[in-house]
Each structure stands twice: as structure tokens, then as C-alpha cells.
Design a protein around this ligand. Structure first.
Ligand code: NAP
Length: 247
């Protein structure tokens, strides 16, 4: 039995670890965006498939029996391609999606439909921005010359990007103490985040709440229609077992 995990998240790695002890062939696919990715156990392939048709061809060639789309909630293209390829090849597909974050008491959240929408909200909210949406898509913030940005990303961003910015190369998980200190030291007065969900990057939201810092939250794209969703790694492993792949 051959399971393909579309990866690039901690959950994808955890699922590969969970399936590693079983009598399965498990391949994790990574896009190749990160220079030195944390590799999961099992086989790993890196790079795009060439759209939905390329992915469908790969599923056939590699005799894949089940696909788990464990990509980031904001990786909309690959998820859409996976849905099309799975339908074309009749290979069962599961989307593993951690739940989104929910605002709590004391939060000052401003929802945005896109990075461009988030950028348009910023001038009314603050001057010193902690931007945690990743190095892709910085172009949306490039015109905001009157604002200063602290940009946190795994790899260095490329132009176009905001004119006034400091880059912090780091990857989660992040601690609450560390996030509090970042907000204080850089005198951050507004935070921008995608609704990534999960615990690894949630402490920034608590730190923002405590400091009375408003948060612009970019909404997720939806899961493609008709695709079954699991919210956790164990649920995804059970789904794999139910496909006849694994115990
Ligand atoms: P995307 O816009 O959905 O995908 C763009 C293209 O990248 C896809 O069409 C596909 O190329 C290739 N691709 C994406 N994920 C792939 C995978 N797991 N294996 C092989 N090819 C893949 O994705 P993205 O937003 O650029 O994200 C790229 C990767 O980074 C994803 O795997 C995601 O899990 C991870 N990630 C994304 C974010 C985010 O905020 N977007 C955050 C953290 C991690 P082809 O069409 O050629 O197949």
C-alpha cells in the first residue's frame, strides 16, 4: 500500500512519523520552498508535480492508494490540484486541516480576506507592524512607506517588500515569553497573521491580547468541495487505516 502525504507542515511530519512503523510505503511530498526543511521519516520527494494533471500522472505511475493533503491551510493551489487529481484517478483523498483560531475575550481582531485587504487595514491600526504571514506575498505590503515592519520568516524574503523593514529569520514553535519580548522590544503596535491555527505559532496572539495590540487575521481559503476533512493527525491515521492502508 502506498500513501502520499502532501506536506510542508508539522502535522504532515507527525502523520509520517505515526505511519512509519506500519507495513506501508509512505511518501511525503514537499514543495521545495524552504532551503533546509525538517524531513519526515519515509520517502521524500521535493518539487512541484506540474499541476493537477502532473499529480494525477504521478499517482498512477507510483501506484498511490491514498492521498492525505496535509499542506498548510493557505496552500490553496496544491489542495485544489489534489482534489482534481484524486477525482481523475479515483484515489481517495483526505484533507488534514488543523482548526482555525478563535478570538477570545480581550482580543482586538480585524478580519481580512487577503494579504492585500490586510495591508489596506494597517494604516488605521498602527505604525509598527509585526508581519508573520511568511516571506511569500510581501509585495502586498510594499507600498506602505510610512509604516515600519518586523518581518518574521524561515528564509530571507526577496523584493518587492516594504521599504522600512527588519527581518527576523526564525521558525516555530514560539514561546509566549519570547513573543511578549519581541512585541516590547520592537514597540509593535499591530500584528498581522494568517489564520494558520495550531499551537506552535499561537503565543503571538496571547502576547498581542495582553499588550492591547490589534491583530489583523487573514481568513483561510476553503477546502475544495467534496473533500473529506480531518482536524487531527490521529484522525488522519485512522482514515488511512480505513482505506486498507495500515493498522
Ligand atoms: P500553493 O500556492 O498551494 O502551491 C503552489 C505550487 O507549489 C503547487 O501548484 C505545486 O506545484 C507546488 N506545491 C505546493 N505544495 C506542494 C507539495 N507539498 N508537494 C509538491 N508540490 C507542492 O502552495 P504555497 O502556499 O506556495 O505553499 C508551498 C508549501 O509550503 C506547501 O506545501 C505548504 O504546505 C507549505 N507552507 C505554506 C504556507 C503558506 O502560508 N502558504 C505556510 C507554511 C507552509 P505544481 O503545480 O507544479 O505541482
Amino acid at each position: 500500500m502506498h500513501v502520499l502525504i502532501l506536506g510542508g507542515t508539522g502535522e504532515a511530519r507527525s502523520l509520517a512519523e505515526l505511519l512509519a512503523g506500519q507495513a506501508l510505503r509512505v511518501t511525503t511530498s514537499l514543495a521545495g520552498r524552504v532551503a533546509a526543511p525538517r524531513l519526515p521519516p519515509g520517502e521524500v520527494r521535493i518539487g512541484g508535480f506540474g499541476g493537477a494533471d502532473g499529480l494525477a500522472a504521478w499517482l498512477r505511475e507510483q501506484a498511490v492508494d491514498a492521498v492525505v493533503d496535509a499542506t498548510h491551510p493557505f496552500a490553496g493551489t496544491i489542495s485544489f490540484n489534489a482534489a482534481r487529481a484524486a477525482a481523475a484517478t479515483r484515489v481517495p483523498l483526505l484533507a488534514l486541516r488543523r482548526p482555525g483560531w478563535v478570538p477570545g475575550e480581550g482580543d482586538d481582531w480585524h478580519e481580512a480576506d487577503s494579504l492585500e485587504h490586510a495591508a489596506s487595514l494597517l494604516p488605521a491600526l498602527g505604525r509598527r507592524v509585526f508581519l508573520t504571514t511568511g516571506r511569500m506575498g510581501l509585495a502586498a505590503f510594499a507600498g506602505l512607506d510610512e509604516l515600519w515592519f518586523l518581518v518574521r520568516s524561515v528564509d530571507a524574503p526577496e523584493a518587492p517588500h516594504p521599504a522600512r523593514m527588519e527581518v527576523l529569520l526564525d521558525r516555530g514553535p514560539f514561546s509566549l515569553a519570547g513573543e511578549r519580548e519581541l512585541l516590547r522590544r520592537h514597540r509593535v503596535d499591530v500584528l498581522v497573521t494568517k489564520d494558520s491555527g495550531g499551537a506552535a505559532t499561537a503565543p503571538k496572539l496571547t502576547a498581542a491580547r495582553e499588550a492591547g495590540v490589534p491583530v489583523v487575521v487573514v481568513r483561510r481559503p476553503g477546502v475544495p468541495e467534496g473533500v473529506t476533512v480531518a482536524e487531527g493527525v490521529e484522525e488522519a491515521a485512522r482514515w488511512v487505516a480505513g482505506r486498507g492502508c495500515g493498522a
